[in-house]
Design a protein around this ligand. Sequence first.
Ligand SMILES: [Cu+2]
Length: 144
Amino acid sequence: MGRTIDRVPLGVKRWIKHAGAATPTGLLLLCLVPLILTGCDNGQSLSLTTEDYRFTPDLLHASTASPILLTILNAGREVHEFDSPLLQYAVERPIRSPSNHAGLTIVPGDRLRLIVAPPAGTYLYICRRKGHANMTGTLIVEWG
Ligand SMILES: [Cu+2]
């Protein structure tokens, strides 16, 4: 499902650094985010499902070529969480994510969308709920 498409004109790191800044560059980049959200053939789309008690899939691949739109659906009956070092590379986080909590909580039937622009690397994602210790997965981001 990953669509590889046009590169973002500036480097991913500059994207993160300037996305919140009121500079012409920052404003330009902020304007690109809705384009990605509406699926205008920019960025990569990855889907993840939380079930009771696992992530499906538990292995994802992406590249550094463009920001990654990650959609996480809770198809289980339990509340699950998505926590990952990936979140520190979030260009945009869901508004309802609690600020005092490291991970993102997803109630049954809910769907979260976030955009991340991580450097190449291997990123674990886990659910931190008690008794859900086996809910883990890995996203591998390669240079692209
Ligand atoms: Cu869980």
